[in-house]
Design a protein around this ligand. Structure first.
Ligand SMILES: Cc1cc2nc3c(=O)[nH]c(=O)nc-3n(C[C@H](O)[C@H](O)[C@H](O)COP(=O)(O)O)c2cc1C
Length: 162
């Protein structure tokens, strides 16, 4: 027996990712993104949806780079800070002592302590409505030691993801 649910439910998927971006002056920022998914296996591509009113929006536009982070269950405070504070009001990363290091292949920061960080270069974007979907080619994947299977793929069963 079914009832009609709201169309806005989407896929009801909950990847719990934090996306970091950097502007042309080198300022880092990060936000929680629910609109995140794989969109090509070969070449590997990931898509993230960012609302134009987010502070991060102009940064990804300027730089064409982003890093998608999967979080450990212990990183609830990082998730709260990135998903509720805006870079318009303050530098949330600095104020909350969130450590960033340079990505290897793209011009963005990697948030230290995340079990997986996926560096992406924007190759396309499409305005779908409320969000602009940025298609990023995966340039490098950082995974915490012990999290890979024998094919070098991240095995989420070996992680304790948020
Ligand atoms: C669970 C959750 C999911 C979110 N998903 C998105 C999203 O897909 N796209 C988006 O632009 N903002 C999303 N947000 C909102 C941003 O993360 C939030 O507004 C953030 O403070 C924006 O930061 P910024 O203004 O510094 O860019 C989400 C927030 C939460 C808590």
């Amino acid at each position: 027996m079914y009832v009609e649910a709201n169309k806005k439910n989407g896929l009801v998927q909950k990847p719990n990712v934090v996306v970091s971006v950097r502007d042309n002056k080198g300022r880092d920022n990060a936000l929680v993104v629910a609109y995140a998914c794989n969109c090509s296996y070969d070449p590997p591509m990931i898509m993230v949806g960012i609302v134009p009113s987010r502070f991060s929006y102009h940064m990804i536009k300027e730089n064409g780079s982003f890093v998608v982070h999967l979080l450990d269950k212990s990183q609830t405070e990082l998730y709260r800070v990135c998903g509720s504070l805006s870079g318009t009001d303050s530098d949330k990363l600095k104020e909350h002592h969130i450590k960033i290091k340079d990505a290897l292949k793209v011009n963005a920061g990697i948030i230290e302590g995340c079990p997986v960080a996926i560096e992406c270069k924007v190759v396309d974007s499409i305005k779908t409505g409320s969000h602009e979907m940025f298609v990023g080619e995966v340039m490098y994947v950082h995974a915490i030691k012990g999290s890979l299977n024998d094919k070098g793929m991240v095995d989420i069963n070996k992680l304790n993801l948020l």
